[in-house]
Design a protein around this ligand. Structure first.
Ligand code: FPP
Length: 255
């Protein structure tokens, strides 16, 4: 039987710190291991023909961590970008970043922009990295740009609807995630894609992120395939069949 796959998976890669603690290793080795898991997951998702993967790499609240850890994560991100971008490009993966670039160091912004330029024409999969991101920030910046259009008489406030809001979020070009995964047993959204996850199926494996492998991904996909996605309707209205195609969805994206 053909398994229904999500078009977009969003992941909170949680548990790097607890994994390293369990192994009596310093925290930064948990993040290094997490990066390896991320690379394997990107390839496993792309291999299955799933067109969008979004990962939460650094949240606005993560600035509150000790300086040493924040600096380590910034350095790891920059190193990973410069070192691994060619492999992503060879695998025909398009890289896009969402989040507030203001306040990030200049060399990081430059590498992010260069990576987006280099991979722009790739079509196998789009990897969306949420960096210095928060769901509330995204909604605020969308409100600000809508308000500016109203102030400039380019838009009437009565024309603001769900579609228009979706179109002003940093994720405007992508469909909403169908499947949300947060590892490590924590069951929170932690200010991730607040608007965009409205209809996502939520999956919380117990494994820490460095332990998440292809077998775990397959379990998440099995879970997704058994869900009946009703989008507010009743089972009979959608034919009682398992469906990944919503009859109603806030954002279809522009791709
Ligand atoms: C959550 O684990 C993980 C993060 C805050 C960082 C995610 C980063 C990676 C997976 C590393 C590689 C990715 C990039 C793009 C640099 P945690 O530290 O909150 O773990 P804990 O809850 O067990 O302490």
């Amino acid at each position: 039987m053909v398994k229904i796959l999500p078009r977009h998976i969003a992941i909170i890669m949680d548990g790097n710190g607890r994994w390293s603690k369990n192994q009596s290793k310093p925290r930064h080795l948990g993040h290094e291991a997490g990066l390896e898991t991320l690379k394997n997951t990107i390839e496993a998702v792309a291999k299955r023909g799933i067109p969008h993967l979004t990962v939460f790499a650094f949240g606005v609240e993560n600035w509150l961590r000790p300086d040493e850890e924040v600096n380590y994560l910034m350095g790891l991100f920059l190193r990973a970008l410069n070192r691994d971008i060619e492999r992503l490009h060879e695998n025909e993966i398009r890289l896009r970043f969402i989040g507030n670039r203001a306040g990030l160091q200049a060399d990081l912004i430059e590498s992010m922009e260069e990576a987006e330029r280099l991979t722009e024409q790739n079509h196998k999969m789009t990897l969306i990295v949420a960096f210095n991101y928060s769901g509330r920030w995204d909604l605020v910046q969308a409100c600000q740009s809508l308000a500016e259009k109203v102030a400039e008489n380019k838009l009437a406030s009565s024309d603001i609807n769900e579609t228009l809001i979706s179109q002003h979020l940093s994720t405007a070009a992508f469909p909403d995630p169908d499947l949300f995964i947060r590892t490590s047993g924590e069951q929170r959204l932690s200010n991730f894609l607040l608007w965009q996850l409205s209809y996502a199926e939520l999956y919380f494996p117990e494994k820490y992120w460095p332990e998440f492998d292809e077998e775990e991904l397959e379990k998440a996909l099995d879970f997704y395939a058994t869900r009946e996605r009703r989008f507010g309707q009743i089972s009979e209205q959608i034919g009682g069949i398992l469906s990944s195609e919503p009859r109603v969805q806030a954002s279809e994206g522009t791709e």
